[in-house]
Design a protein around this ligand. Structure first.
Ligand code: ZN
Ligand code: ZN
Length: 248
C-alpha cells in the first residue's frame, strides 16, 4: 500500500475511534475506556491468584506453604522452573481467547498483555529475555499471525526487557492434537522445537521467560524449555494468559 494511503487509513481509524464509543473486548457492550471489558464480562473471569503449585501453577484449594508441589510435579518435575497464568481457562475467558487466536481479534492483545504484566510481575522481574512459543510456518501462513508474539512483544516492552521473537523455531508442525493421549502428545512435542542459531550465544546462561496464550497440559512449553536448556539457557519460566485446570 502507498505510504499516503496507509497514513489516510490510520487517520480514518483514529477518527472512527474518537467518534465511536469504546466497546467491551468480549461482548461489544459500550464501556468507559477503550481496550477493556464491561463489568459483567470482567466479573466472569476467574483469576488464578490463590495458593498454587510452586512449579506448574496448578491452583490449590488450601494454602500449602511456600514451595509446595502438586502431585504431578512431585512425581516428575517439569523442565521449566515456574509456570504462571492470569486466568483459569473456562467459560469466562474461552471466547475472548479463541477470538484472539483464530479470528483476527488482535485488538485484544494489549489488555491480555497488561494482565500478564500484573500476574507475572515476579517472573518478568527475574528474566533476561522474553520469547514466545513459536508457530510452525505452515500454521503461521494460515493464521497470518502468531498470537504468542503479540503478547510477548508487549510484555517485554512494558517491562523494558529484551524481546526475542524468533528465539525458538518449530521444526515440526503441531499436527492434530485433540485426539492424542497426554503421553502421545508429550512424545510428539519432544524435539519439535529448536533454538535459532542467531540467538544461541545470547541465550547462553540466561533466564528465559516463555510466553503463550494457554497452558493446556504443559507439553508444549516443556518441549520449548527442554530445547532452551539443551542450548545452554540457565532457567526457563512460563507465563500464559490462561491455564486449563484439571482435577488433581
Ligand atoms: Zn462485556
Ligand atoms: Zn505442579
Amino acid at each position: 500500500m502507498h505510504p499516503l494511503s496507509i497514513a489516510a487509513t490510520r487517520a480514518g481509524r483514529f477518527l472512527l475511534d474518537a467518534l465511536l464509543p469504546p466497546r467491551c473486548l468480549n461482548c461489544g457492550e459500550a464501556v468507559a475506556d477503550p481496550g477493556a471489558l464491561c463489568p459483567a464480562c470482567w466479573g466472569r473471569l476467574a483469576f488464578l491468584d490463590g495458593p498454587l503449585c510452586s512449579c506448574c501453577g496448578h491452583p490449590f484449594e488450601h494454602e500449602a506453604g511456600p514451595g509446595a508441589l502438586c502431585g504431578s510435579c512431585a512425581a516428575a518435575r517439569p523442565p521449566f522452573r515456574r509456570a504462571r497464568a492470569v486466568l483459569r481457562y473456562e467459560e469466562g475467558c474461552r471466547e475472548l481467547i479463541l477470538r484472539f487466536k483464530h479470528a483476527d481479534r488482535t485488538d485484544v492483545a494489549p489488555a491480555l498483555a497488561r494482565w500478564m504484566g500484573r500476574s507475572g510481575a515476579e517472573l518478568i522481574e527475574d528474566c533476561d529475555l522474553v520469547a514466545p512459543v513459536p508457530l510452525h510456518w505452515t500454521r503461521l501462513l494460515k493464521r497470518r499471525y502468531n498470537q504468542a508474539v503479540l503478547l510477548s512483544q508487549r510484555v517485554a516492552e512494558a517491562a523494558g526487557r529484551p524481546h526475542a521473537p524468533d528465539l525458538l523455531k518449530r521444526v515440526r508442525p503441531a499436527g492434530e492434537r485433540g485426539r492424542l493421549t497426554r503421553r502421545a502428545r508429550r512424545q510428539r512435542a519432544a524435539r519439535a522445537f529448536a533454538v535459532n542459531v542467531s540467538w544461541r550465544e545470547r541465550a547462553l546462561g540466561r533466564t528465559i521467560l516463555l510466553i503463550d496464550d494457554v497452558y493446556t497440559t504443559g507439553a508444549t512449553v516443556s518441549a520449548c524449555a527442554e530445547a532452551l536448556l539443551d542450548a545452554g539457557a540457565a532457567m526457563v519460566d512460563v507465563l500464559t494468559v490462561a491455564r486449563v485446570v484439571r482435577p488433581l
